[in-house]
Design a protein around this ligand. Sequence first.
Ligand SMILES: C[S@@+](CC[C@H](N)C(=O)[O-])C[C@H]1O[C@@H](n2cnc3c(N)ncnc32)[C@H](O)[C@@H]1O
Length: 215
Amino acid sequence: MDEFSYAHRNTSGADRWNKPNIPPALQAVRESAFAREIPVAGDGTLCFLMAQAAAVRPKNILELGTAVGITAAALALTCPYANITTVERDENFYAEAVQNFKNLGISPRVSAICGDAGEVIGRLEGPFDFIFLDCAKVQYVKYLPRLKALLSCGGILLADDVLIYGWASGEAEVPKKRKMLAQHIEEYLAAVTDDGELITSVVKIGDGMAVSVKR
Ligand SMILES: C[S@@+](CC[C@H](N)C(=O)[O-])C[C@H]1O[C@@H](n2cnc3c(N)ncnc32)[C@H](O)[C@@H]1O
């Protein structure tokens, strides 16, 4: 078995091999966001997202949680024929994202919406073949039925941060005041893994990503 033992080694050092292939202008936006401690995708998450998008080649992408537009822009640049709808409730982030989309020359393909994701998804028309869920984690499970309805058959739904703080993986105890959040994340994971219409894999990338494909 010795020659196969590499398969069980911790791969957390893998991030040094995750190097997002993005233009310098977008990297500058990331560095500015990191410097201001805006919670945007790290290298591992961004590479994973871009690799998934490159494989799926979606035409219509939905993102919930724009922040300043980094993942939306990375998806737009990875998928040059895709239209992207991205939703952000913070007005300052939204305004900054819109400016970033202009500067990156992708505005014609990006529909940025300022509003609450729960309200916006109720009035969006699908189908979307790629959905990236990256906003209020406590709401993921509540959004799931609508997101499933908006997702095309064969479409992919990626939910970020599902293993945050090691709660859902059982690696860390949930602090008392975060029990509600942890419970909602677990409910989301249970819902996507038990759903016969979805094929789900939970991967340890960044703070954990649930990848669900609609049959
Ligand atoms: C983790 S950040 C998104 C990061 C972004 N996807 C990236 O990596 O470039 C989450 C964002 O979701 C927004 N957000 C949280 N709850 C929301 C809601 N209910 N509706 C819309 N946006 C929300 C926050 O304001 C924040 O900017």
